[in-house]
Design a protein around this ligand. Structure first.
Ligand code: SF4
Ligand code: SF4
Length: 420
């Protein structure tokens, strides 16, 4: 039987794939209700509710002849917009249906106060995130405004000074391989909203690693990559952010764009095909310029120092690059100490979804921690195995911190790297 995994599916997606054949007779709308997308949807898996599955969303949000024209439009929009935008469904859809895009369009058509809140948070309040993270510690859970408890917990986890203690020393940089591939081409680090705000240590470490490679470091004034704005149904804000970033990249001489957040990388890669470039050559240059920092470090060697946990968990972001570069790098540096669940679970963040449906977001987060526990065994032997989990995405760090069991430690892989 033929499979329909998209070329950008990660190895974990492929491992999770089930063979799905096109039905013999396709119907007018793109979605043929085959259900291939169902098995990997984290929302459906955590709740067992078919109405939250991607198939239901495609049915409700699309212009299908099955569309629920007789149902209340606002209720349909509310239901169909309960989506984490993880993209697992679109990688498996034989018809090329992008449920996250359908949902984003639906959210744009039915704006509400949560979008306004998200828009303010991302576009206006980013410079104050560090302050907000410190302030979140002062708000007890019971006094958290309705629906914001989970977001506040995630914010607390990001407060400056609350990161992991570093214990990994890089002993060899693949500088020669880097020089051969990129020569003297300037490299700019795309810090991301968290890396340029409450977790400046990520940007500090990322620049240290780039210097170790001998990169010709340049600077550019980037804003949010825009992906979270698009997902939230704010296409104009997304377009503005994207255009500002392309301009900043041009002004910096079209450098290589090293990214340390998986979701930022995907957000930047998605600029291709969005009508943002002067011509096809410039678009191709952009597509080739966006690179995960971890991929640039392939071949690095490191020494594990004192204080390192005996077992380290790995959470794979849904937006990981097709080569799974973060995991490849970190597992090459940590060896068998690093363990990851066989199935790539979504953390349950989903940007605006954390605000819209915190109870669903928490449920997906709990399933993710259960899978991590299965791989690490920290609840069976808490005195031997601490729950210590690394990832490569800023949204995942926030959500895992918000849903973590007591005493768990969560951070970006950059936090364990020593820079002195
Ligand atoms: S969205 Fe794609 S995979 Fe899901 S039911 Fe429709 S056609 Fe099948
Ligand atoms: S994007 Fe993720 S959460 Fe949304 S429908 Fe698809 S698989 Fe489910």
């Amino acid at each position: 039987m033929k499979t329909h995994v998209k070329p950008d599916a990660t190895p974990a997606d492929k491992a999770n794939d089930k063979a799905c054949a096109k039905p013999e007779r396709a119907i007018a709308h793109d979605c043929v209700l085959c259900g291939c997308c169902m098995e990997l949807c984290p929302l459906f898996a955590a709740t067992g509710r078919e109405e939250l599955s991607p198939r239901a969303k495609a049915l409700l949000a699309g212009p299908s002849k099955f569309s629920a024209a007789t149902l209340d439009e606002n209720a349909v929009a509310e239901l169909a917009s309960l989506c984490l935008a993880c993209g697992k469904c679109e990688k498996l859809c034989p018809q090329g249906v992008s449920v996250p895009k359908l949902v984003a369009a639906l959210r744009a058509k039915h704006p509400d106060f949560r979008q306004w809140l998200w828009q303010q948070w991302i576009t206006r309040l980013a410079p104050f995130w560090s302050l907000a993270a410190r302030g979140a510690v002062l708000v007890p859970d019971m006094l958290a405004p309705a629906g914001l408890g989970l977001a506040l917990k995630g914010l607390r986890g990001l407060r400056p000074g609350n990161g992991l203690r570093p214990w990994l020393t890089v002993t060899k940089f693949p500088a020669e391989a880097f020089r051969q591939q990129y020569g003297d081409r300037p490299v700019v680090l795309f810090d991301g909203c968290v890396g340029s705000g409450p977790r400046k240590v990520w940007a500090h470490t990322a620049r240290f690693l780039l210097r170790g490679l001998g990169a010709n470091l340049a600077e550019a004034a980037f804003s949010c990559c825009g992906s979270t704005l698009g997902v939230a149904g704010l296409p104009e804000d997304q377009d503005r952010a994207r255009r500002a970033n392309v301009d900043a990249w041009r002004k910096a001489g079209r450098p290589l764009l090293a990214t340390s957040c998986a979701t930022c990388r995907k957000g930047l890669a998605d600029y291709v095909g969005a009508g943002l470039f002067a011509d096809a050559d410039e678009e191709k240059t952009w597509a080739e310029a966006v690179a995960p920092l971890s991929a640039l470090l392939t071949g690095a060697q490191a020494k594990v120092g004192r204080g390192a946990p005996t077992i380290v968990g790995w959470h794979r972001s849904c937006h990981v690059d097709p080569q799974d570069s973060d995991f490849k790098l970190v597992s090459s540096l940590l060896g068998t100490r690093l363990r990851a669940p066989a199935k790539a679970n979504c953390c349950g963040f989903g940007g605006i979804m954390q605000l819209s449906a915190p109870e669903l977001s928490t449920k997906v987060g709990a399933a993710c921690w259960e899978a991590l526990d299965g791989a690490l065994g920290f609840s069976a032997a808490p005195e031997v195995v601490g729950a210590f989990v690394l990832t490569g995405c800023s949204g995942c760090v926030m959500q895992l911190a918000a849903t973590a069991p007591e005493q768990a430690q969560v951070g970006h892989w950059l936090e364990i790297v020593k820079t002195d």
